[in-house]
Design a protein around this ligand. Structure first.
Ligand SMILES: Cc1cc2nc3c(=O)[nH]c(=O)nc-3n(C[C@H](O)[C@H](O)[C@H](O)COP(=O)(O)O)c2cc1C
Ligand SMILES: Nc1ncnc2c1ncn2[C@@H]1O[C@H](COP(=O)(O)OP(=O)(O)O)[C@@H](O)[C@H]1O
Length: 310
């Protein structure tokens, strides 16, 4: 998959089959749309193009605002789309210039001239251009003028996409990974770099890799202990993750940590990817390190039993 960070970097391709959207999570609803553009492209020997927007306007207007949380970072999204076999991903900032174009300018200059759209698969309610004045009717009107075809995504399918997104967010907040992962079509994951901590982990016999998430807009599950699988240097390990502020050792920051099973390597500085499968219990303030150690040993038994069954 080729990734373009500006629409001007893209040179029109033959028989471009295009869709537009944020695709946060690249979940089962999105996958259905992607399967559709792939099918259409395959039928005419064409290529699939996804136009997506990043950063979100709220990130530019209000960088301090921490309330915007996305299921996938832009890099995670690109990886997932690549795995699905999308040919081209155009990432464009939702700039003022971009959103101030008239509906007709947008269709002619962006969709036709810059992308070379042959078919566009678009939600029945998709809006574009100045004051969001453009929509499906403009596309249908101009399709014969510029020689492209419009394929509408029905209200039912658009609703399914919205319902999935909401369910995934709620399920992640509630620790229901079984539901979140079913809606995503793959296990929810986070990606981050292993940082140094206080070395208490080794002291109690459970070293934990502390994971730093670079993007503050990444949605992180609620606090607790989780059964996870972690990809480290191309190999997958099972393990137990902790998210919380470590009340037992009077921690202050919210940490994301993981103890990997059957593993003993220094991985400081490595970028790892952690998949969530099951919520085990909530965070607790335990009475000292001995109690903490005993509790973690019980968590390990629970998680080993979980992975034995699943
Ligand atoms: C499976 C697991 C369960 C944990 N449960 C708790 C807990 O209930 N309460 C708590 O304060 N810390 C908990 N922790 C976090 C430990 O306090 C933390 O791993 C330890 O302080 C080591 O931190 P360090 O990596 O900075 O050395 C847990 C960690 C793991 C791996
Ligand atoms: N089984 C393991 N799981 C997680 N990290 C491990 C493991 N074995 C060795 N390590 C290494 O130990 C580090 C964690 O040890 P810990 O004592 O908790 O130190 P810190 O407080 O710096 O995180 C990890 O970052 C990793 O480099």
């Amino acid at each position: 998959m080729k990734v373009y960070h500006h629409i001007n970097d893209f040179t029109p391709v033959k028989n471009a089959v295009v869709t537009i959207g944020t695709f946060d999570g690249v979940h089962v609803g999105h996958r259905k749309i992607i399967a559709q553009i792939k099918e259409l492209a395959d039928a005419v020997g064409g290529e699939t193009v996804i136009l997506t927007f990043f950063p979100h306007p709220r990130m530019i207007l209000n960088p301090e605002d921490e309330s915007l949380k996305l299921i996938t970072t832009i890099n995670e999204k690109a990886k997932l789309l690549e795995q699905l076999g999308v040919d081209h991903l155009i990432i464009t900032p939702f700039s003022r210039d971009f959103s101030n174009q008239s509906a007709e300018d947008y269709i002619r200059d962006v969709l036709v001239k810059k992308i070379g759209t042959s078919k566009i698969v678009i939600g029945y309610d998709h809006r574009f251009g100045k004051d969001r004045q453009g929509g499906l009717t403009d596309l249908l009107k101009l399709a014969p003028v510029y020689g492209f075809e419009v394929i509408e995504i029905t209200e039912q399918d658009i609703n399914d996409v919205a319902v999935s997104s909401t369910r995934i967010r709620e399920a992640l907040a509630a620790g229901n990974f079984e539901l979140a992962n079913a809606c995503l079509g793959y296990p929810f994951f986070i990606t981050g770099k292993v940082m140094r901590g206080d070395r208490i982990g080794t002291q109690i016999g459970f070293p934990t890799a502390n994971i730093a998430i670079e993007e503050q807009y990444k949605l992180i599950p609620g606090d607790g202990i989780f059964a996870v699988k972690v990809l480290v240097k191309g190999e997958t390990f099972t393990g137990m993750a902790y998210i919380g502020s470590r009340p037992t050792v009077n921690g202050h920051t919210r940490n994301i940590e993981v103890n990997l099973f059957d593993f003993n390597q220094d991985i400081y500085g490595e970028t790892i990817r952690m998949e969530f499968y099951h919520y085990v219990r909530g965070d607790m303030k335990l009475n000292g390190l001995d109690e903490l150690k005993a509790r973690i040993a019980m968590d390990k038994e629970d998680i080993l039993a979980y992975f034995n069954k699943h």
